[in-house]
Design a protein around this ligand. Structure first.
Ligand SMILES: [Cu+2]
Length: 399
């Protein structure tokens, strides 16, 4: 049986009708569920797992396809009856030309809608020194590509309409034109080269690791990603972080801190990342299992956390949380650290709050943080040390 016969067969059509009927009843059921105030928990669970939503859109897509098919058939019948009656048949070139114009207007409105509705959800201005440069680059690229987008779309669809097939007009045969080829190759090449060079120098400035003269040394903060949380480590009074070694990672020493290194004695653990405003911060980024990504959108900071590859990112926050709250008129606003890699089932849990505060507030907060060297770890270390001392004796006895 050919494909056409298959489509025309009554069995297939009746199957489709049953499918559509089922689909519409499912849509109605969903409607009443969401309307009813006392929806059962089981129904909520079905709705929450996203399967119902996926089914809804698949059915909607099939219904739209079906409707388009029916409209097409009706037009074809109309066309045939026109021909039978000896009247002028539908001019499909005109129909397609007008469709192109409609598409241009609808598409332009869609782009405008996207800008106004989703454009207003854009991040507020950068809250870090280098972020301003990133924003400049972002806006330059956006404006340039927008201009090109608008011009090319208008030209494309108006040309399709204006030069649609006309039996009275002959097309101009243009097999090759070197000048046009040169213009449309060289112009984008120059623009893209400028953008790439612009980006290259900006990135070089951002990752320039030498502190400017007279700048206070950076505050070192260790951030370690694991499935599914970020761990923070702050240096104590010595302003130095102790060494770590992945071989030392255990249930009690989850960051694998080497406590033989004296710098680690006063290292602090923290739940929230506090940063003093207008101070250089150096984030030392680590990962323990899979690739995570430190993402602090308000500061325009993002760098992958790769197991076995210690990297760092330096930046300077410029707007305190309190200032940002007044600026945005959102009293509950918080800066965030997120994970920007889909690193597993509970990836969405990898979120921490960042508070940018004044130097005095930062010092007050820092003095309240607990050291990593807890009593539990101390006991563990003592036990290990004792075990080491005992072992030679045991060896001696055995000999
Ligand atoms: Cu992650």
């Amino acid at each position: 049986m050919g494909f056409k016969n298959l489509i025309n067969s009554k069995k297939i059509l009746s199957l489709l009708a049953v499918f559509m009927l089922l689909g519409t009843s499912m849509l109605f059921a969903q409607g009443t569920e969401s309307a009813g105030a006392t929806a059962s928990p089981a129904a909520d669970a079905v709705k929450d797992n996203g399967l119902a939503t996926a089914g809804y859109y698949i059915l909607l897509f099939l219904i739209v396809c079906f409707v388009i098919g029916i409209v097409g058939k009706i037009l074809r019948v109309f066309d045939l009856t026109q021909q039978i009656q000896g009247k002028e048949p539908i001019n499909w070139n005109n129909v397609m030309g007008i469709c192109c114009l409609i598409f241009l207007i609808a598409g332009a409105y869609g782009a405008y809608w996207e800008f106004t509705v989703h454009g207003s959800m854009i991040l507020p201005g950068a809250a870090s020194e280098h972020g301003v440069k990133i924003d400049e680059m972002f806006w330059t690229t956006t404006v340039l590509t927008m201009i090109v987008f608008v011009i090319t779309q208008i030209l494309l669809f108006t040309f399709l309409f204006r030069y649609r097939y006309n039996a009275k007009r002959r097309g101009h045969f243009l097999p090759h034109n070197n000048t046009i080829e040169k213009v449309w190759t060289i112009a984008p090449a120059i623009v893209l080269t400028i953008l790439v060079i612009f980006g290259f120098f900006t990135w070089q400035k951002i990752t320039d690791n030498v502190d400017a003269k007279g700048e206070p040394a950076s505050i070192n903060i260790d951030i370690t990603g694991h499935q599914f949380a970020w761990e923070l480590r702050y240096p104590g009074k010595d302003a130095r972080l102790g060494a770590t070694n992945y071989k030392l990672i255990s249930g009690i020493n989850k960051l694998g801190i080497n406590f033989k290194d004296k710098n680690s004695y006063d290292d602090l653990q923290a739940d929230t990342m506090y940063l003093p405003v207008r101070k250089s911060v150096r984030l030392n980024i680590h990962a323990q299992d899979v690739i995570h990504s430190v993402y602090m959108p308000h500061f325009r900071v993002q760098l992958n956390a790769v197991p076995g590859l210690p990297v760092f990112f330096k930046f300077k926050p410029t707007i305190t949380t309190a200032e940002m709250r007044t600026k945005l008129d959102k009293p509950n606003f918080e800066y965030e650290i997120l994970c920007n890699k889909i690193c597993g089932g509970s990836h969405y849990n990898m979120k921490k709050i960042v508070r940018v505060v004044t130097e005095a507030e930062y010092q007050a907060w820092l003095s309240q943080q607990k050291p990593y060297l807890t009593d539990g770890i101390k006991k563990d270390l003592k036990f290990a040390a004792e075990k080491k001392e005992v072992q030679p004796n045991r060896l001696a006895l055995n000999n």
